[in-house]
Design a protein around this ligand. Sequence first.
Ligand code: TPP
Length: 223
Amino acid sequence: MQSVVIVRDRTPPKAIGYAVKEDEEAMSKRRQLDPMAPWVNLSTTPADWKAASPALLATMLGELHLIRAFEETVLELAGEGLVHGPAHSSIGQEGGAVGSIVGLTTQDAVTGSHRGHHQFLAKALTHVSNGVLDPAALVTDAVQVVLQRTLAEILGLAQGYCRGRGGSMHLQWFEAGALGTNAIVGGGVPLAAGNAWAQKHGGTKDVTVAYFGDGAMNIGSVL
Ligand SMILES: Cc1ncc(C[n+]2csc(CCOP(=O)(O)OP(=O)(O)O)c2C)c(N)n1
């Protein structure tokens, strides 16, 4: 798929209703921009849903519920003034994180930026559950530890994955393949590229997934 990105394009002066000379008009040039890396849009089909195993769908539903409840709790605590630092909630974006992470192995890696609770949790939960959750008994001991340590990190407490020194924007657990979120818009992309390079040159088939918001699109480290 070809995608065209028009950056801060201006409406041609004529179109907004005042006269310009021919040479002024000639100053406006258009050049088609095509990303060097292939971009694809991935969407599901009815056949995908038919082929998806009930166990996979149950696991996805379980992760979605856990992350949603977690984010609601973070917002509640932030509202009470108990988060001493930022709380960049990812509420409403759980689906993208779970859908893209549930199929990853522990050796696969993820990076994120300032808004990454959902990606971090999806990776950590997939790691401790080996990608299988039972919605009827969601909070196993291992899941409880992930939720508690992640919340502790956001609250700046010592139980956190980074001993509470990172907070909401710095969630990292190497053992789970969560290489780290960080405060730089688009900042996870070069880290992911470096890790993917190492994976490739290590002869593995592992992948690294980087997440970024639309605000990061024109940051130099992303495109
Ligand atoms: C390099 C850099 N520039 C500016 C900021 C300040 N900043 C923090 S969040 C943000 C908006 C990011 O938008 P987007 O990437 O779309 O993510 P969203 O917050 O909308 O999920 C900006 C500009 C920053 N953290 N890093």
